[in-house]
Design a protein around this ligand. Structure first.
Ligand code: KIV
Length: 295
């Protein structure tokens, strides 16, 4: 059953994103890691869906994004692909999949497009990634950049800290953004940076910026699905807005189910199958539930 919109939407491509920046139309983005969440996001009219490596934390239970593998990302991307018919599908290249050499990086990026149906790959990092980004674009693979608080750099950063808080750090971020813009990225995620810095970058580059913890002046916004839906087990970061508390709803449902099974209130007769009347009388059973049996 389709839950929300009809099928009138055009497919979103990387060109739609620049078109939206040109028209000052905010770009809506969300992560998804499986068929149901991706389908809900696609049907809700989200512009691009990211199979983020945050999968490692919110779905697989790791305490950072570092352990998730290419094969795990491929597995989840395929499930998301089967659900997405309108949104642009972007996948995160996980830690280690593009850090050890251009050839390996291109092979991994190609797998995401060829084997899982991704339409763009996202990689973290600034100017040092420019040669790799150019090779990927040469190989017909659109790239989304990601600068600021880049979770794959957690050890270098010494924790998950807001970036770009000194004049030097701001200059470095702007240099990174301009370099990625010139390299031809299709969008640039700005994570965990002061609003003022995101505003300057957004004004300075042609590439659409997508903020997460970067204030309201970016060309678009992205949130982690499980943060938005209240399906995480920690206190959310300052930038998260919880649009519902699915965790609480699901907990209440599970507790009701537990209580109903224990009190034998579930399943009811109406939720049970019945023998046909003939089989019942052949077995000498009383005809206990004729109404339910006919269903
Ligand atoms: O993995 C992720 O969830 C991300 C964010 C930008 C949402 O990279």
């Amino acid at each position: 059953m389709s839950i929300t919109t009809g099928d009138f939407r055009q497919r979103v491509t990387v060109h739609t994103l620049s078109e939206k920046k040109r028209k000052h139309e905010p770009i809506v983005s969300i992560t998804a890691y499986d068929y149901p969440t991706a389908r809900l996001a696609d049907e809700a009219g989200v512009d691009f869906i990211l199979v983020g490596d945050s999968l490692a934390q919110v779905v697989l239970g790791y305490d950072s994004t570092l352990p998730v593998t290419v094969d795990e990302m491929l597995h989840h991307t395929r499930a998301v692909r089967r659900a997405v018919h309108h949104s642009l599908l972007v996948v995160d290249m996980p830690f280690g999949s593009y850090h050890t050499g251009t050839h390996v990086a291109l092979e991994n990026a190609t797998r995401f497009v060829k084997e899982a149906g991704a339409e763009a790959v996202k990689i973290e990092g600034g100017t040092s990634r420019v040669p790799l980004i150019q090779r990927m674009i040469d190989a017909e693979i659109p790239v989304v950049g990601h600068i600021g608080l880049t979770p794959q750099s957690v050890h270098r950063m010494g924790g998950y800290k807001v970036q770009g808080k000194t004049a030097n750090a701001v200059d470095a971020l702007i240099r990174d953004a301009v370099a990625l813009d010139e390299a031809g990225v299709s969008a640039l995620v700005l994570e965990g940076i002061p609003r003022e810095v995101a505003t300057r970058i957004t004004a300075e580059i042609a590439t659409p910026t997508i903020g997460i913890g970067a204030g309201p002046d970016c060309d678009g916004q992205i949130l982690v699905f499980h943060d938005l839906a209240g399906l995480t087990f920690h206190t959310p970061a300052k930038f998260v807005r919880r649009y519902c508390n699915a965790g609480e709803l699901i907990t209440e449902a599970l507790q009701s189910y537990r209580d109903d099974v224990r009190s034998r209130a579930f399943p009811a007769d109406a939720e049970s199958y019945h023998l046909p009347r003939e089989a019942q009388s052949a077995l000498g059973e009383p005809d206990v539930a004729p109404t339910a049996r006919q269903k």
